[in-house]
Design a protein around this ligand. Structure first.
Ligand code: DIG
Ligand code: MN
Ligand code: MN
Length: 398
């Protein structure tokens, strides 16, 4: 990359990667790892690579760094070495989370397990992982309930499961309050995989769940592109609902072909128009959160390919951000939008505030006299969308 490359990532862009992303060894349900399994030495090497290509930080599950069966002394040694590597590279740790899905103990769930000892162990593990996250400086703590679900509906009453889920999240909110931790929780939805059906399957379902908690102010959302696409939903609409509710605490950026398993592909590598409108939403509303990639390189790739993957995620985000600028400066697009959003201030003022006078007006006086004309009038969306396509294809804009 030349020094004048305006799409060269820099720490100010706030791009972050999970340790599990660049550390992904490329195993899949039908194949063994194709790259070395991660360890502390490889993590330290990758911190140097990420710093060199302009990333801001890394995120982690507890066991991405500290092995499940590590002793307290081993845990402290590993954390100390990791903190030194962070200091040496200048990378931050904005988010942390718990692995409540890999170890077989969680094979039938963690917070929603029928076995109270498993639920207690999940709380035990999560409190220690929150301690680690706080120690590393994390401000957001993610909960992805990958094992919270069923294959056999007879095995778990869904109402009871949700009550157990809530009990654990409430307990952990109290833990953070009791310890004075300034950390916010971000719940991540997914419809299925690894469970046949996962509870709280979409971002919208998670948002509703938040308002049933004891401390809803502490809890927000971590929507993921691939997960909403697996549910056949428009990701920008899910993010907009979280943003508008003040609950977009974190985000998992990646890409996904429709109607497939969770691919966690390089950001922007599929559905480029969807990625553009997501970047537009985040940038138009000046969302302050980390631009976090929860994705991994293709199984075909070696470690150089993984570096290409990391750089590609960040570059595509920056290129789409430039396209957003061009969109706002494109006079033909803006003229169409001005007309679409011309509005009717007197009428909108009446609708914005109920009063008997406004109700009487809208019910008795207001007549949609030109209904037939409006009903048949073309809205010009074919032209508008073609302009966006041509902008993205690079034949418009500076
Ligand atoms: C999977 O999409 C989940 C886990 O990788 C992790 O718990 C979370 C954090 O981004 N996403
Ligand atoms: Mn994720
Ligand atoms: Mn995913």
């Amino acid at each position: 990359m030349s020094t004048g490359d305006r799409f060269q990532p820099v720490p100010e862009d706030h791009f972050t990667f999970g340790l599990w992303t660049f550390g992904n060894p490329g195993r899949d349900p039908f194949g063994d790892p194709v790259r070395p399994l991660p360890n502390l030495e490889s993590i330290k090497r990758w911190l140097g690579i990420l710093a060199e290509i302009g990333a801001y930080g890394v995120n982690l599950h507890d066991n991405d760094l500290v092995p499940f069966d590590a002793s307290a002394a081993e845990r402290d040694r590993i954390v100390a070495e990791f903190k030194k590597a962070l200091k040496d590279t200048g990378l931050k740790v904005p988010m942390a989370t718990t692995n409540l899905f890999s170890h077989p103990i969680f094979k039938d769930g963690a917070f929603t397990s029928n076995d109270p000892k498993v639920r207690a162990f999940a709380l035990h593990k999560t409190m220690r992982a929150i301690d680690l996250g706080v120690e590393l400086g994390a401000q957001v703590y993610v909960f992805w309930g990958g094992r919270e679900g069923t294959e056999v509906d007879a095995s778990k009453d869904p109402v009871t499961a949700l009550k157990r889920y809530r009990e654990c999240i409430n307990f952990l909110c109290e833990y953070c309050i009791d310890n004075g931790y300034q950390i916010k929780f971000a719940l991540e939805a997914k419809p299925n995989e690894p469970r046949g059906d996962i509870f709280l399957a979409t971002t919208g379902a998670m948002l509703a769940f938040i308002y049933t908690l004891d401390h809803p102010d502490m809890v927000g959302l971590n929507p993921e592109v691939a997960h909403e696409h697996m549910a056949g939903l428009n990701f920008s609409h899910a993010v907009a609902q979280a943003l508008e509710a003040g609950k977009l605490f974190h985000i998992d950026l990646n890409a996904q072909k429709l109607c497939r398993f969770d691919q966690d592909l390089r950001f922007g590598s599929e559905d480029l128009k969807g990625a553009f409108f997501l970047v537009k939403l985040l940038e138009d509303y000046n969302w302050p959160g980390m631009r976090h990639f929860d994705a991994h390189a293709y199984r075909t790739e070696d470690l150089d390919g993984v570096r290409d993957f990391c750089l590609g995620c960040m570059r595509t985000y920056k290129i789409l951000k430039e396209k957003v600028r061009q969109f706002h400066e494109d006079e033909e697009i803006q003229a169409i939008l001005r007309e679409l959003n011309a509005g009717d201030e007197p009428l909108e003022t009446r609708m914005a505030q109920y009063s008997r006078a406004n109700a009487t007006y809208l019910r008795d006086q207001f007549g949609y006299s030109d209904v037939a004309d409006r009903a048949t009038r073309g809205l010009g969306y074919e032209r508008l969308d073609q302009l966006v396509i041509e902008l993205l294809l690079g034949v418009r804009g500076s």
